[in-house]
Write a protein that binds this ligand. Sequence first.
Ligand code: ZN
Length: 296
Amino acid sequence: MRIGIDLGGTKIEAIALDAGGREQFRHRVPTPRGDYDGTVEAVASLVAAAEGVVGRSTVGVGMPGVVSPATGLVKNANSTWLNGRPLSVDLAARLERPVRLANDANCFALSEATDGAAAGLPVVFGVILGTGVGGGLVVNGRVVTGANAIAGEWGHNPMPWPEPGEWPGLPCYCGRTGCIETFLSGPGLARDHEARIGRALDAAGVVTAAAGGDADARATLARYEARLARALASVINVFDPDAIVLGGGVSNTARLYERVPRLWAEYVFSDAIVTRLVRAVHGDSSGVRGAAWLWE
Ligand SMILES: [Zn+2]
């Protein structure tokens, strides 16, 4: 059996998958925010509970951040109490076995490449369009972590082929301006709508209004689609994936899957484009499932 842990900022979720990917256990607890030792203990308790049902298992952990190959310490986690801590060493000691940790976007991509929307395809790019914008790359069923553990993190590249008004763009928490994330996250979509239309709606509200025929909301979504197409064209030009899988709140927008591939043709350096744009099959469960699949 494989246990997957999704170590989020507000909840920690555990599942156990059998060899066929069927879920045999699932439980979640609130994250002890700000408490590093408490977080390690919460993970250990969930593993113990899962193993009470399914027996001794492998353990994979997905989290918003990565273990730095340079230091062995967590970096880039928005659960900031994990940063600078030797989480993989501490979990391995507490659980008395090796534990694999990966970025949550990488886990998402692995889940969808293993038995999700891109099952069995050789090169898969997974994108989370949520509070932030994350990306992960899976090649031949394995996560590509990269030399700096940042493979796929294109959300903090600038928006390519910028149009008037998009450059230098808005400040991003990473310290730069005009990052892809500032346009394509859910809050980015909402901010663009408010800036143009002067009406405050969250991303889901814009999508609902557009589906109801609201012309302003449709125009906001059209701008979003054009930007997503340009941002993904730059990914296609680098990784040339068989499929790009979208997850996160904004991925529930049905019209993206038909419109964005038509728009990206103008920017992809190829005569014909067979890359598919698909919606995540496992939805919110992809992160925790991918954590389990870190042990193949
Ligand atoms: Zn940024």
